[in-house]
Design a protein around this ligand. Structure first.
Ligand code: BGC
Length: 742
């Protein structure tokens, strides 16, 4: 009975939901009928505010008049309840009073900042990642923002590319899961809720594969790689309900993404049936002229709108050319209507036609932005993002009885830098809420521990005059903690580096501190995998702290003292040398793989380097140890539509409670196209008390075994597979073989 009742309720709910969509569509249609062509084109035009610019500066003294004249549909870089209200008031003076959308790069937090996205990916903790996006959305929405230009879901296999900091790393499976979690986090219970913002999956597509890791550079890749490796996180974003997409600056095999009908019309709006709208990247429509793909801005406008780019961010190509293109019958007005419809639908869903100011409430803004719960969440997520790379002498966790600690290095007392790149500079809020690493340690140590400080050197200069003081301070301490790395804005947009070493004389400082014979803990702050072979080989204790956000100091102290046992695992491979790049774990075997690290005879290897990376994808240590055992698979033959249950035991064999990320990889032994040496297909993050054992279950099904065949069909092929479960892509603890049959 209950089942029927629920069925009936579901049916009614379906009718109501259908009726609501109908209503929005009808409202959109009737509004569209009232709009002039100019007003329609206005909806496709997006400008930045003048006081915060995130791209090449554009000057437009008539912005305010343009809003009143209905020539702007959305703005970026306007934030705060008061400012957004002021702009919205201008839109309310326009003939049809169509509200503006306010978009902003809320990439890893708004006021409260979270670890940079690559660091968060190292947590492999999907609920935590979703929660961090949730908090960011709540704060941004209370500040009048309707729309974040996030998540960036670009797969990145080249750490020279500065924007690796903004994504989830190199792996498609992990990246797709994280893309899904972030979209869900930003959009919460759905558009229209006052704590949700529209997500924007970017940069569509393949932006992370820029040749040479140089930002904005061309991308040349096979269609199979595009479909199999680079697009799935975008599909996951669509599945999670992402309201919008942003395209990318790069060309893909010669066709700029912004003018690329194959990816935007055929795949995104066609095959994936994406109902939201697509935004260009900053000026990317106009830049098609510079690419040499469009002959002038008018041609660029034609190519972009035809290819499915709905909104023009900052290039003015739509504003000044679309009307003429319609009048000349080069494009039909239905093409424009489709784009406008997509945008208006979102404005209705956000409830802006009912109340254009509903997100701009200074009282709510004050309450939400200073909610202490947000800082608590940021601290937890930050601790989860830290990766312990080395703890050879078990210096960590630090003893609570230490008398004197020397905290040394150019990062120790920095404040804003802990935000990392892509943090929003909230001008009206001072930075006192950001916890520096120094403050974090101070908060942690008891009265009986003395903290000493020396800067030692700058991040980049060659000046060693601070070394003497650092050595003096180190000699007085029981333990030395050294915080070094790259400047927070050495990773980010347009921040490609050809040399990704630790800048300046920071490693020289380490060499001197090591000579004191004191136990030294090295903290490495960075927005990307760095190359630091001397440190890796000579220092006993290394913690990768990335940029952890406004609670960085507290979170680092939590990890150092074992109040949080590190559980992060690298979401990108760390090379030994820039010459190995691009480097990623799920490569092909080639016909001549080296037998071992030293094998150089007629094999695919570099003469001057071992054949492995410095740190492998999925690697990360804990203060405890885990044992993997008792692997059982339900059958060794699987029919295409069947499945295999996988069972194993995980035991915490050490002395500390801790979390392990158990990673499941698969290798398809023979394929009609070559398959990677292993591919991540599942993982679980498990918390265990010392001595505790837990039985874990995984399921292998068709989806995990599928790939794009020679005809680019998503399919499975019968044959042998290897199943591998381990603590990293190079630390496989359990193996089994099975066969897929027809
Ligand atoms: C970036 C985008 C960003 C936009 C607006 C561009 O330069 O590539 O990711 O959303 O600027 O700030």
């Amino acid at each position: 009975m209950q089942k029927y009742f629920l069925g009936f309720v579901g049916f009614l709910f379906g009718i109501v939901t259908y009726a609501q969509t109908q209503t929005i569509d009808q409202k959109v249609d009737s509004l569209l009928q009232k709009m002039t062509l100019e007003e329609k084109i206005g909806q496709l035009n997006q400008y930045t505010s003048d006081w915060h610019q995130t791209g090449p500066i554009t000057i437009n003294p008539n912005k305010q008049a343009d809003i009143i004249n209905g020539q702007i549909g959305s703005m970026l870089n306007v934030m705060g309840a008061n400012y957004t209200r002021q702009y919205q008031e201008l839109a309310m003076q326009s003939r049809l009073k169509i509200p503006l959308l306010f978009g902003l790069d809320v990439i890893h937090g708004y006021k409260t900042t979270f670890p940079i996205p690559l660091a968060e990916a190292a947590s492999w903790d999907l609920p935590a990642i979703e929660l961090s996006a949730r908090v960011a959305a709540t704060e941004a929405a209370a500040s009048g923002i309707h729309w974040t230009f996030a998540p960036m879901v670009d797969i990145a296999r080249d750490p020279r590319w500065g924007r690796v900091m903004e994504g989830a790393g190199e792996d498609t499976y992990l990246g797709s899961k994280i893309a899904y979690a972030r979209v869900k986090g930003f959009q919460g219970d759905g558009l229209g809720n006052l704590n949700s913002v529209m997500a924007c999956a970017k940069h569509f597509a393949a932006y992370g594969a820029a040749v040479g890791g140089r930002d904005y550079n061309s991308v040349d890749m096979s269609e199979r790689m595009l479909l199999e490796t680079y697009l799935p996180p975008f599909k996951a974003a669509v599945d999670a309900g992402a309201a919008t997409f942003m395209n990318s600056f790069n060309d893909i095999n010669g066709i700029p993404a912004t003018g690329n009908a194959y990816i935007q019309r055929d795949i995104l709006k066609g095959k994936w049936n994406f109902q939201g709208f697509v935004l260009s990247d900053w000026g990317s429509i106009g830049e098609m002229v510079t690419h040499g793909y469009a002959k002038d801005p008018k041609d660029a406008a034609y190519l972009a709108i035809t290819a499915g780019s709905d909104v023009d961010m900052e290039s003015n190509a739509y504003r000044y050319n679309l009307a003429q293109l319609v009048q000349e019958n080069k494009i039909s007005v239905t093409l424009i209507d489709d784009a406008v419809r997509r945008i208006l639908r979102k404005k209705f869903e956000l409830g802006l036609f009912e109340d254009p100011y509903r997100y701009a409430d200074p009282t709510r803004q004050q309450e939400v932005l200073f909610n202490p719960e947000h800082a608590k969440i940021a601290r937890e997520v930050a601790a989860k993002s830290v990766v312990l790379l080395k703890n050879e002498k078990q210096i960590l966790p630090l003893s609570k009885d230490l008398k004197t600690i020397a905290f040394i290095g150019p990062m120790v007392k920095l404040k804003r830098a802990n935000h990392g790149f892509w943090a929003i500079d909230l001008k009206e809020i001072d930075s006192s809420y950001i916890v520096s690493q120094w403050e974090g340690l101070q908060n942690k140590v008891g009265k009986n521990t003395k903290l000493l400080y020396a800067k030692g050197c700058d991040i980049e200069s060659t000046d060693k005059s601070g070394f003497a003081q650092a050595i003096k301070v180190a000699k007085k301490a029981d333990v030395v903690i050294v915080s070094i790395g790259e400047r927070y804005n050495m990773s980010g947009e347009a921040k490609s580096r050809s040399n990704i070493g630790i800048p300046g004389v920071q490693e020289d400082l380490l060499k001197e501190l090591k000579k004191t014979g004191k136990p030294v803990v090295v903290l490495i702050n960075a927005g990307r995998p760095l190359v630091f072979n001397w440190t890796a080989d000579n220092m006993s204790t290394i913690v990768y702290t990335w940029w952890l956000g406004s609670e960085a100091g507290n979170a680092i102290a939590d990890v150092l003292y074992g109040d949080y046992n590190p559980s992060g695992k690298l979401p990108m491979t760390f090379p030994r040398d820039e010459g190995q790049i691009p480097i990623y774990y799920n490569h092909f075997n080639t016909g001549r793989p080296p037998k071992d690290e030293q094998d150089k005879i007629n094999v695919s290897a570099y003469l001057d380097l071992p054949s492995s990376p410095k740190y492998h994808f999925g690697f990360g240590l804990s203060y405890t140890t885990f044992q993997y055992s008792d692997l059982k698979i339900s059958q060794s033959q699987m029919q295409t539509d069947g499945s295999i249950d996988v069972e194993m035991k995980l035991t915490n064999t050490g002395e500390y409670a801790g979390a392990e990320v158990v990673q499941l990889y698969i290798k398809d032994i023979v394929g009609s196209v070559v398959r990677p040496i292993l591919e991540l297909k599942d993982f679980q993050k498990v918390n265990l008390a010392p001595g505790e054992t837990q039985t874990l279950h995984f399921k292998i099904d068709k989806e995990k075994l599928s790939f794009f065949n020679q005809r680019l069909e998503w399919t499975t092929e019968p044959g042998a597979f290897e199943l591998m479960i381990g603590a990293s892509s190079a630390d496989i603890r359990l193996r089994a073989n099975f066969e897929l049959t027809n």
